[in-house]
Ligand binder design. Structure first.
Ligand SMILES: [Mn+2]
Length: 382
C-alpha cells in the first residue's frame, strides 16, 4: 500500500506581498508527475489546502485543475481535509457528489467517523481522516459543554475513531494538529492565542501511520507520526527547509517505511550574507536572479538604499537584515536588554521614554491585543 502524503499547500498565499500561485503550480506539476509514474493507492492532503477561508479565484482554479488531473485523468483516489486556514463548509462543497468520483473531502468534524477502506494484496487498510479540530466546534458539534482545549478535543474524537477500529486491520489516521515537541516555523498560524494549542503524541498510539498537517517543516514527532511539511517555504524563517512530500509504504504488518521526496521550487527562497559589497559582487555572478532573497548584511553602518540597489540584481529581494546593527556585539546605543524585550514591553518602554510616565493599565489592555494580532504569523498579507 503506497500513499503519497502531502499537506499545507496554502494555495493563494503571498509571501511579503509576492504572489506565489505560479510557484505553487510549478511544484504541484511535479507532484502530479510523481503520481503518474508511481501510481500510489492514495494521495492524502493533510489540511491548509488554501491559505484562507475565502481564497482568490485563481487558487480555487488551481486546486480544481490539480484534483481533476489526479482523480479524473490518473484515477488515483484523493483525500483532503480542512486545516485551520480552510473554511470547512466551503471546502466541503459538493463533497457528497465528489466522493463517488474518488475525491473525499473532510470538512466537518464527523459525529461517527467512518473509515475510507483501501485494499492491497495483504488485505484492507482503514483510513480515518479528521479535519482540524477546533475545540469550540468539537464542543458544539458533540454537545459537550465541559470540553476545553485541543488535547481534550483530540482525545474525545480519537476515542470515537478507536471505537470504529478493528484489531488486525491496518489503520491510518490523517489530521491537522500541532503535536507537542514538533518544531514550528513563522508561517503557521497559532492555534490558540496565549496557549500552545498542542496535543500529546501519546494520543496517537496504536495507529499504523499518522499523517499530519500544520507544521511547515517536514518532520516526524514520534515513531509513526509524520508531517510532510508545506509545499513551499511560506515565511522567511524557512530558508533552510527542504520542502516536498512523503511516500508512505505500508507493509502487510509492521511499521511503514516513510521517505521524503524533495520538490524543486520555481524560485528558491534563500539567504545571502556578507557586507553589502560582497553580496553585490556575488549577485553579479549569480544566474538565479529570480530567486526570493533574504539578505543579511554585516556592514557596521547602514548603506543608503541597500534594498533598492540589491533589487536591481535580485528583483525579488524580500527582506533585509542588518546583522551588526540589529544584533550588536557591544558599543551600540541599543542595549542587549532592549533586544530581549517582547514587543509589548518594547512599546511600553518607548511610551515611557516619550511621555515620561509608565503606560497605565487601560492603555496596556488596549495595546496588548493589537500587538498580539500584529505579531501573529500568517497574517502578514491581510
Ligand atoms: Mn499550514
Amino acid at each position: 500500500m503506497r500513499i503519497l502524503q502531502t499537506g499545507d499547500w496554502h494555495l493563494g498565499r503571498r509571501l511579503k506581498g509576492l504572489d506565489l500561485l505560479e510557484d505553487q503550480r510549478f511544484v504541484l506539476e511535479q507532484v502530479i508527475e510523481h503520481v503518474e509514474q508511481e501510481r500510489p493507492d492514495l494521495v492524502l492532503i493533510a489540511g491548509d489546502i488554501y491559505d484562507r477561508a475565502d481564497p482568490p479565484a485563481a487558487a480555487v482554479d488551481l486546486l480544481d485543475e490539480v484534483l481533476s488531473r489526479l482523480v479524473l485523468d490518473l484515477h488515483v483516489p484523493v483525500v483532503l481535509l480542512a486545516g485551520n486556514h480552510d473554511s470547512p463548509e466551503r471546502l466541503a462543497f459538493c463533497s457528497g457528489i465528489l466522493k463517488r468520483q474518488g475525491l473525499r473531502i473532510v470538512g466537518e468534524i464527523p459525529e461517527a467517523p467512518e473509515p475510507l477502506v483501501l485494499e492491497d494484496e495483504a488485505g484492507p487498510v482503514h483510513l480515518f481522516a479528521l479535519p482540524y479540530l477546533d475545540p469550540e466546534r468539537v464542543r458544539e458539534g458533540l454537545g459537550r459543554d465541559d470540553l476545553r482545549g485541543h488535547q481534550a478535543a483530540m482525545e474525545i474524537v480519537l476515542d470515537q475513531v478507536r471505537r470504529q477500529c478493528h484489531a488486525g486491520v491496518r489503520t491510518v489516521l490523517a489530521g491537522h494538529a500541532f503535536v507537542q515537541g514538533g518544531c514550528s516555523s513563522e508561517s503557521e498560524r497559532l492555534l490558540t492565542v496565549g496557549g500552545s494549542g498542542a496535543v500529546d503524541a501519546s494520543l496517537f498510539e496504536g495507529f499504523d501511520h499518522v499523517a499530519l498537517g500544520h507544521l511547515h517543516r517536514p518532520q516526524s514527532v514520534g515513531p509513526r507520526i509524520h508531517y510532510a511539511g508545506s509545499l513551499l517555504a511560506y515565511s522567511i524563517s524557512e530558508t533552510d527547509h527542504s520542502k516536498g512530500f512523503l511516500w508512505v509504504d505500508l507493509p502487510a504488518s509492521g511499521p511503514p517505511s516513510v521517505a521524503q521526496v524533495p520538490l524543486t521550487p520555481r524560485r528558491r527562497l534563500r539567504r545571502v550574507q556578507g557586507t553589502f559589497q560582497q553580496v553585490m559582487d556575488g549577485a553579479r555572478q549569480d544566474e538565479d536572479r529570480e530567486d526570493l532573497i533574504v539578505a543579511v548584511l554585516t556592514d557596521p553602518a547602514p548603506v543608503p538604499d541597500a534594498i533598492g540597489r540589491l533589487r536591481q540584481h535580485y528583483p525579488n529581494t524580500l527582506h533585509l537584515e542588518w546583522e551588526a546593527l540589529e544584533h550588536p556585539v557591544g558599543g551600540s546605543t541599543v542595549s542587549r536588554e532592549v533586544l530581549r524585550l517582547d514587543p509589548l514591553s518594547l512599546f511600553q518602554r518607548f511610551y515611557q521614554e516619550v511621555t515620561g510616565r509608565p503606560m497605565d493599565e487601560a492603555a496596556t489592555a488596549l495595546l496588548g491585543p493589537v500587538v498580539e494580532r500584529a505579531m501573529r504569523p500568517g497574517e502578514e498579507a491581510r
